[in-house]
Design a binder for this molecule. Structure first.
Ligand code: NAD
Length: 449
């Protein structure tokens, strides 16, 4: 099938390359000329494991190409995926201007019957609005919704091995079109659930809000754990092993970030208010998340009170490991709060330095590597759990630091090793460890019988 994917960002690029790998002929379209030029050379403009290799391979097979010419893409494909951004509007709702501009282009230029697949995350009811716009076109345009559940860092894998695919269609023809596109994955046994467009749209919002809610739930409990001397890591294992609850998205830390959870939770909250429902639960999710980042930064500042010209190494900038994505990263408010508190910041991230520079500019010192970042600092504040941080040699780190504080914002470090190196270990919702201290009886499994 000839498919065009409008928007070559994290979702559009991965979708386009993966659809090509399923045998379709895919044309990726973006308004960003530089992005299209680098893609035409076979270079991925984003860091995503396995994506560059996939783009190169599909390009070489002649199944994947890129252009800025949206009219050509419309003419040469029967199916059009929209994967443009749907960022937050000042109201808190989703800004759908980029999406509607593509829809209006299609209505103007359409030269035959088409299927329009909305891949971008959109508020429930958007498909209706799109269908109302396309109704004026000269040829029929079947509007369907196919929300994307990929995670940055494992996006290619997630697209090609989905837990399930959601087909949102309000007509048998729309459903059939989606089936045809994804037949290779259906043949491999991956589950599909067909439902109305509105339900598909709401399913995506519900999934993101549920995951964000779990993170905020454990983070709120981590505050209580700290206050009463409990260990949130033990609590996490204790509840996560209950099959009704499960272990995912229950790790206490500095809060979630990224381009999806914050904006989708805000858009859900906004839409509920719009239809007259008080979002009692949903409204608390982002509030907890904001507070969690500030509390972490304030704990670092409190530990450094009285230190002359305090210096902190910020380990990690991306909103999570295995991506260069800085959108809504917790590192941004944490860095800004520390800097406002008079701390000189040295920062390092394995992939996100270029993107982070555009946001943090001269407010921080940019390091070459972990050692360069850590030399002479009074404290380490780990914000992103990249493996390179988890596997550090703590005796070496202790030797090059000026102070002795390690703040583990992801509860990912081996606390005993940090303390054994003569450092203070401060986690999220866990008792603090003094230099040389162990963690008695933590998370041991008591054998039955
Ligand atoms: N990033 C994720 O992990 C993820 C996961 C699931 C769903 N989503 C959703 O997918 C959508 C896209 O997210 P993203 O992270 O890929 O965004 P992105 O910002 O990385 O990519 C969007 C791309 O669209 C391009 N674009 C904008 N207007 C255009 C137009 N008129 N014509 C052609 N190209 C245009 C931009 O230049 C950009 O390259 C959003 O709705 C998002 O919520 C994202």
């Amino acid at each position: 099938m000839n498919i065009s994917v409008i928007g070559c960002g994290y979702v559009g690029l991965v979708s386009g390359a993966c659809l090509a790998s399923l045998g379709h002929h895919v044309m990726g379209v973006d308004v960003d000329q530089a992005r299209v030029e680098s893609l035409a050379r076979g270079e991925s403009p984003i860091y995503e494991p396995g994506l560059s290799e996939l783009i190169l391979a599909q390009h070489a097979q002649g199944r994947l190409c890129f252009t800025t010419d949206i009219g050509r893409a419309f003419r040469e494909s029967e199916t059009i995926f929209i994967a443009v951004g749907t960022p937050p509007a000042p109201s808190g709702g989703a800004d759908l201007r980029m999406l509607f501009s593509v829809v209006d282009d299609l209505v103007r230029m359409v030269d035959g019957p088409k299927t329009l697949v909305i891949k971008s995350t959109v508020p429930p009811g958007t498909g209706e609005q799109v269908a109302a716009r396309t109704a004026a076109a000269r040829y029929p345009i079947e509007v369907v919704n196919n929300p994307e559940f990929l995670r940055e860092g494992t996006a290619v894998q997630d697209f090609l091995h989905p837990d399930r695919m959601i087909f949102g269609a309000n007509s048998p023809r729309g459903l059939e079109a989606l089936r045809e596109i994804f037949q290779p994955l259906i043949d491999r046994g991956y589950a599909i659930f067909s439902m109305s467009r509105q339900s598909a749209e709401l399913t995506k919002f519900a999934a993101n809000a549920m995951l964000a809610m779990r993170v905020s739930f454990i983070n709120e409990l981590s505050l209580l754990a700290s206050a009463i001397g409990a260990d949130i890591e033990s609590v996490r294992v204790g509840i996560g092993t209950d099959r009704r609850i499960g272990p995912s998205f229950l790790k206490a830390g500095v809060g979630y970030g990224g381009s999806c959870f914050p904006k989708d939770v805000a858009a859900l909250e906004y839409q509920m208010r719009q239809v007259g429902i008080e979002p009692c639960l949903v409204a608390g999710v982002e509030k907890v998340n904001q507070r969690q980042k500030l509390i972490f930064a304030q704990r670092v500042l409190a530990a450094l009170q009285g230190v002359q010209h305090p210096q902190v190494a910020l380990w990690g900038l991306a909103f999570k490991p295995d991506t260069d994505d800085m959108r809504e990263s917790p590192s941004i408010p944490i860095a800004r709060t520390l800097a406002a508190g008079g701390v000189a910041l040295r920062v390092y991230d394995p992939q996100a330095m270029d993107n982070a520079r555009k946001i943090l500019g001269d407010a921080v010192q940019w390091s070459r590597d972990v050692e360069d970042c850590t030399r002479g600092v009074d404290a380490i504040a780990l914000v992103t759990d990249w493996p390179i941080f988890i596997t550090q040699n703590w005796a070496r780190m202790a030797a090059i630091m000026r102070g002795k504080h390690v703040f583990d914002g992801r509860n990912c470090l081996a606390s005993g090793k940090v303390a054994a190196a003569g450092l203070y270990y401060h986690a999220v919702g866990r008792p603090e460890l003094a230099p040389g201290a162990g963690r008695p009886g933590s998370m041991g499994v008591i054998p039955s019988g």
